[in-house]
Design a protein around this ligand. Structure first.
Ligand code: SF4
Length: 407
């Protein structure tokens, strides 16, 4: 069976978001956000359902005004009626008290952006006095406590979601455009939540630059440790763009932190249909051994030693076995380096020369001199013999699985 490699995860308190949980040792949750206008209720309902069907476990909807917050009641009802209960987050930004209080009636989680929640233009300050800091903190508390109380009353979660690009003017003046400003921005809101005995929280610190996002999250962990907090973290790189580069950029930030045990839920933000974000999330989690959602194929890139057309054979093996989620299967071009590089795969399909292949179970040879044209059938026979085979679901004939290639 698959390797059980897990990185030591940071201990966090569980944040309950309706029927799902972030942190507290639960699997890293995959989330995304719809792009339809919130008042266009039917389109939103369809997009929420489509995202959830794809594997998105928490769906965010923007609520810029009270009207959109009220619309969440109908969106919630229609999603449940047409499909099933889907955990929803309302995204609240500017001057958000009334909006967030309304949204808390209808959704499982309210996201508050500390940089914008209380918007206060102070003028041309180059420095804030302690008195001015205290005044603003008091203003924040006054505006924010009704939201905390609404979340407590309705049993909702809250994400304190800081964006590097929308820090408050006071934070920018005091800390500069830095991870310190992002962290302090979140901490002010967390301290208020704790003062009012509300702890069903998770935190995000996003930036479009990977090093900033990574530094902010590491610093956030340190700061929370210092103040005796252990809230889960939501990871993401904002404005990553589209295409291959956006996926690599998101992975660079998210995976770096996950490898350090930091991160309890992720979103890959793409300038594409949000449906496209979900497989990327799962690929990141699968590649780190944090969640297993498909067969892991270990395949060499092929070289002059390769004894068959590796991409073709890989596709044939994958088409035959892709429904056997949990298995690791290696397809290697030659017997010289292949067996040693199969990374402890459960089964190996290895080129042996002269149109023949060898099958492995773990690192042990189980059958040699198999004519290449019978290779896949023999592999399936071996899986049946080992009782790890199940018949594929009806209609599954084409491969839709992305491949992780190792050299
Ligand atoms: S296993 Fe390595 S040496 Fe052998 S064919 Fe593949 S890439 Fe070449």
């Amino acid at each position: 069976m698959a390797l059980d490699i897990t990185y030591p995860r940071r201990n966090t308190v569980a944040c309950r978001v309706g029927p799902v949980t972030i942190g507290g040792g639960h699997p890293v949750l995959v989330q995304s956000m719809i792009t339809e206008e919130t008042r266009n209720i039917d389109a939103c309902v369809e997009q929420v359902i489509a995202l959830h069907r794809e594997g998105c476990e928490l769906v965010r909807v923007t609520t810029p005004t009270l009207g959109e917050a009220r619309a969440m009641e109908e969106i919630r009802a229609k999603v449940t009626e047409r499909y099933k209960y889907v955990p929803l987050t309302a995204d609240v930004h500017h001057q958000g008290t009334a909006i967030a209080v309304e949204a808390a009636k209808h959704v499982d989680e309210v996201r508050v952006n500390p940089g914008l929640f209380v918007f206060h233009k102070w003028g041309d300050n180059v420095e804030y006095t302690e008195k001015e800091h205290a005044e603003e903190r008091e203003a924040i508390e006054t505006s924010f406590v009704p939201v905390v109380e609404a979340c407590k009353q309705h049993g909702r979660a809250m994400r304190v979601g800081v964006n590097h690009g929308s820090l408050s003017e006071r934070m920018l003046v005091t800390y500069g455009d830095t991870p310190d400003g992002m962290v302090e921005s979140a901490m002010e809101y967390l301290r208020i939540c704790e003062k009012y005995e509300y702890q069903n929280l998770n935190i995000s610190l996003k930036a479009s630059r990977v090093p900033v996002m990574v530094a902010a999250n590491r610093l956030m962990v340190r700061k929370m440790d210092e103040e005796g907090m252990a809230y889960p973290l939501h990871l993401g790189v904002t404005e990553a763009g589209d295409g291959v580069y956006a996926r690599i950029k998101s992975t660079a930030g998210i995976a770096t932190l996950l490898m350090e045990g930091i991160g309890d839920t992720i979103r890959v933000s793409l300038s594409e249909d949000p449906i496209a974000e979900i497989p990327v999330c799962y690929d990141i989690l699968q590649s780190l051994g944090l969640r297993k959602t498909k067969v892991e194929y270990i395949a060499c890139p092929s070289c002059g030693r390769t004894k068959f057309n590796l991409p073709t054979v890989l596709n044939e093996v994958r088409d035959a076995t892709k429904h056997l989620v949990g298995l690791d299967i290696a397809v290697m071009g030659c017997i010289v380096n292949g067996p040693g590089e199969m990374a402890d795969a459960d089964y190996g399909y290895v080129g042996a020369g002269a149109g023949k292949i060898t099958l492995y179970r773990k690192r042990n040879v189980v059958k040699t001199s198999i004519p290449q044209e019978n290779g896949v059938a023999e592999l399936v026979a071996l899986l049946k013999e080992d009782k790890v085979w199940v018949d594929p679901p009806e209609g599954q004939t084409k491969s839709v699985i992305n491949l992780a290639v190792v050299g």
